[in-house]
Design a protein around this ligand. Structure first.
Ligand SMILES: C[S@@+](CC[C@H](N)C(=O)[O-])C[C@H]1O[C@@H](n2cnc3c(N)ncnc32)[C@H](O)[C@@H]1O
Length: 203
């Protein structure tokens, strides 16, 4: 973590030894994002100006929080599992990452889908980058809720990084978002693919 804090850019490569050690040290390898996805998140966070949003917290929250602190930005994380939120929050506290707004609430039933109960009234008017690695696939509608719930906060140019593009439901959700957000999409990440989308102007 010290090496990451000294030079986050050095961990923006999936082959970075420090990034591999962070994944190992976090100790949740079967649920954690892959090195490819985390490296992509780091790269984009370093290139982005403005608040960032994350759906589903974990190691990525710590890393993006550290980058947000260095850049004087705020990082928002949505989490539905209280015990998981407590673990992430303890780590944020340990590293003094109080620029992270951890929003821990049970998932909300929006009718055709469930998604995070985002505190829209206190959130920024727009996000520059969205890291989407939750909620879990067993949620009704999966990760779909991002587009309808956060629609007005996703302005043209906002980048969405959707993990787990090796799974058919995630690819179908990306197709729906591409239509609803007039977004472009491309698949990155080789063996552990993820999808990068860029929101376009809506009529
Ligand atoms: C894929 S994980 C998010 C991982 C995060 N992006 C990271 O880099 O660590 C998505 C959600 O799964 C849940 N989760 C994480 N680890 C878990 C575990 N070991 N068992 C069950 N649920 C877990 C949390 O609620 C989390 O928000």
């Amino acid at each position: 973590m010290r090496r990451f804090l000294d030079d986050p850019g050095a961990c923006a490569d999936p082959a970075s030894a420090a990034l591999g050690e962070l994944i190992y040290g976090w100790g949740n390898e079967s649920w954690s994002a892959s090195g490819h996805y985390l490296a992509g998140c780091i790269r984009h966070a370093l290139d982005t100006r403005g608040p960032t949003l994350e759906c589903g917290s974990g190691l990525s929250t710590i890393l993006l929080g550290a980058i947000a602190r260095q850049r004087g930005e705020r990082h928002w994380a949505l989490e539905h599992a209280p015990e998981w939120a407590a673990r992430v929050q303890a780590c944020l506290h340990r590293y003094g990452l109080d620029c992270v707004a951890m929003c821990a609430n049970p998932l909300k039933d929006y009718g055709p889908y469930s998604w995070y109960d985002a505190p829209l009234d206190s959130m920024p008017e727009s996000f520059a980058l969205v890291i989407c690695d939750g909620p879990p696939g067993s949620t009704p509608g999966g990760r779909y809720g991002l587009a309808p719930v956060m629609n007005t906060r996703l302005e043209p140019g906002c980048v969405i990084l959707l993990d787990d593009a090796g799974r058919e439901p995630e690819r179908a959700i990306a197709q729906r978002w591409a239509h609803e957000l007039c977004a472009t999409q491309e698949t990155l990440g080789e063996a552990r693919p993820y999808i990068r989308m860029t929101v376009g102007a809506r009529p």
